[in-house]
Design a binder for this molecule. Structure first.
Ligand code: SAM
Ligand code: DTB
Ligand code: SF4
Length: 350
């Protein structure tokens, strides 16, 4: 494929903002679609190679039987999804699966456990998984629920690169989806993970019956954190039979693309991940998501418990669109300078 200008050299002039208002976020969401996409793609090219996509692979290291009541989740013990629960996986098996993912092109291995929070007796195995996967030369990500300070110290000590902990939706809509923990609990874990120096992966789900203002508010919460999450997964609800959201009205594809575009504009230097729900999306919808600034995906035929397009399908899509997998080295060169308070535009001081 012909080489074109894919990165604009103006990123240095663009301040990274942490003072978005609800009205500004919604105004972006409501822009005429072509204006929104043009702005998002411009921001994208100022910060990234527009044809490169980071590839992560997921593994459920402990499935089902979760004490939380998240209305979307197949793994909650509160719902009858028919999923078979299993114990924490053996460390060597996790490392063997990670090796397969690396061989298939994934650069980051994301391990998820259906826990409200880890038990201290599980932490030795979790730490060994992080160390073993890192030794393969992959980046590591874990999502284990809420963490104690001791868990955080152990994960950080093991060299965990990313911690995934989604805010999931707006603060206002949160209690319609989850009642067993609060939005503040989520933000507290995120802040302590950040303070320990780990990179943050945090995003949410759209298509749970929320409105545009909820989507805008969720992105505002993420963009107004002291530092933007390095990785922002935007999931489209996979409606799972037996969960309270099994009959949720599907989000329109254009509204989904709008959510991605607003995330790209508000968090210009973060990787925005087109996450769950790709099996339901046409090639054209996914192409629009990439144009709107998504530059990361989960690869492989399974997410945690649900289906994902497999390798063949993604290779075909990448070939059609002229997209290439982002190499690990290129990934680190995209990482931004630490944001200093002086470099911020802060509403409170203007
Ligand atoms: N138990 C941990 C927690 O909740 O933080 C980690 C695993 S949890 C499955 C990770 C994320 O996956 C959730 O926060 C949610 O955003 C996403 N997710 C779960 N089920 C989903 C579904 N059916 N459709 C879309 N996204 C989903
Ligand atoms: C995220 O935001 N999406 C991933 C990952 N983080 C852990 C999980 C998607 C789960 C989809 C439903 C399932 O596989 O059970
Ligand atoms: Fe448990 Fe996470 Fe599923 Fe919520 S999303 S029920 S915390 S596994």
């Amino acid at each position: 494929m012909a080489s074109t200008v894919t990165k604009l050299d103006t990123a240095a002039n663009q301040p990274v903002r942490h003072n978005w208002t609800r009205a500004e976020a919604l105004a972006l969401y409501d822009l005429p679609f072509m204006d929104l996409l043009f702005r998002a793609q411009t921001v994208h090219r100022q910060n990234f190679d527009a044809n490169a996509v980071q590839m992560s692979r997921l593994l459920s290291i402990k499935t089902g039987g979760c004490a939380e009541d998240c209305g979307y989740c197949s793994q909650s013990a509160h719902h009858e999804s028919g999923l078979k629960a299993s114990k924490l996986m053996e460390v060597q098996r996790v490392i063997a699966e990670a090796k397969k993912a690396k061989d298939a092109g994934a650069t980051r291995y994301c391990m998820g456990a259906a826990w409200r929070s880890p038990k201290s007796r599980d932490m030795d195995a979790v730490v060994a998984m992080v160390e073993g996967v890192k030794a393969l030369g992959m980046e590591t990500c874990m999502t284990l629920g809420m963490l104690s300070d001791d868990d955080i110290a152990r994960l950080s000590g093991a060299g965990l690169d990313y911690y995934n902990h989604n805010v999931d939706t707006s603060e206002a809509y949160y209690s319609k989806v989850i009642t067993t923990r609060t939005y503040a609990d989520r933000l507290d874990t995120l802040a302590r993970v950040r303070d320990a120096g780990m990179k943050v992966c945090s995003g949410g789900i759209v298509g749970m019956g929320e409105g545009p203002q909820d989507r805008a508010d969720m992105l505002m919460t993420l963009a107004n954190l002291d530092e933007h999450p390095e990785s922002v997964p935007i999931n489209m609800l996979i409606a799972i039979t037996g969960t309270p959201l099994e009959n949720a009205e599907k989000i329109d594809a254009i509204d989904f693309v709008r959510t991605i575009a607003v995330a790209r504009i508000m968090m210009p230097r973060s990787f925005v991940r087109l996450s769950a729900g790709r099996t339901e999306m046409s090639d054209e919808t996914q192409a629009l998501c990439f144009f709107a600034g998504a530059n990361s995906i989960f690869v492989g035929g399974t997410l945690l418990t649900a289906e994902n397009p497999g390798e063949d399908s993604d290779s075909r899509l990448f070939a059609k669109l002229g997209l290439k997998p982002l190499e690990l080295e290129a990934q680190s060169s995209c990482e931004r300078e630490p944001v200093t308070p002086a470099g911020r535009q802060d509403a409170r001081s203007t």
